[in-house]
Design a protein around this ligand. Structure first.
Ligand code: OGA
Ligand code: MN
Length: 194
């Protein structure tokens, strides 16, 4: 059922290393995920992965790891798992595991420029970010800026049903300060569990 989008993502990862897809999945799924993200009470300040201590200067969003699987998150994870298998079959990536969290950025929250994985760390291999915000305009800020080693590549509004996929080691990225509450699901395919 998702074969077309899987193929699109795979081709783009080979050719460019990243892809931004608007209207990626089912709209009902997006709004159910948004409702679930908003209902969740248990958001915690995220630590920056390079430091054990939390660093509010670099990152202000609060996150909730997706563990218990509701029907809604299961549907999203079915899509994700199908993509994992497709990538493994076509690119031999050997992705064995996916971890993901809801992220809530409140007004003024941001995430400074960072990489999701260090070179050759053989840990996080492919990043996905899926946005849930139904009304989001230029003036609402909170854009994702994607760069490569040398320069700025593109800017993404965190609009509902936009999916971003990129090779975790190759694209430094940042989230500009959001001017209102902003929800996303960030996730990573890994080649081993820990
Ligand atoms: C992350 C991240 C981007 C976003 O959580 O590592 O880069 O737009 N998130 O939420
Ligand atoms: Mn990131």
């Amino acid at each position: 059922m998702y074969e077309d989008i899987y193929e699109r993502i795979t081709d783009a990862l080979v050719q460019y290393g990243y892809i931004v897809i608007e209207d990626a999945l089912d709209e009902t799924l997006t709004s159910e995920l948004l409702a679930e993200a908003k209902e969740e009470q248990n958001y915690k300040l995220a630590g920056v992965s390079t430091a054990s201590a939390m660093d509010a200067n670099r990152r202000r969003d609060k996150i909730h790891w997706i563990e218990a699987k509701s029907e809604t998150t299961q549907e999203f994870l079915d899509f994700i798992n199908g993509l994992r298998e497709y990538l493994n079959r076509s690119l031999y990536l050997g992705l064995s595991y996916y971890e993901a969290h809801f992220a809530r950025y409140e007004k003024g929250d941001f995430y400074e420029k960072h990489l999701d994985a260090f070179k050759n760390s053989k840990n996080r291999v492919v990043t996905t970010v899926y946005y849930l915000n139904e009304e989001w305009h230029q003036e609402d800020g909170g854009e994702l800026l994607i760069c490569d080693e040398d320069s700025f590549i593109t800017k993404v509004l965190p609009r509902a049903n936009t999916l971003v996929v990129f090779m975790s080691e190759d694209f430094p990225h940042e989230v500009l300060p959001a001017k209102k509450e902003r929800y996303s699901i960030a996730g990573w395919y890994r080649i081993d569990k820990f």
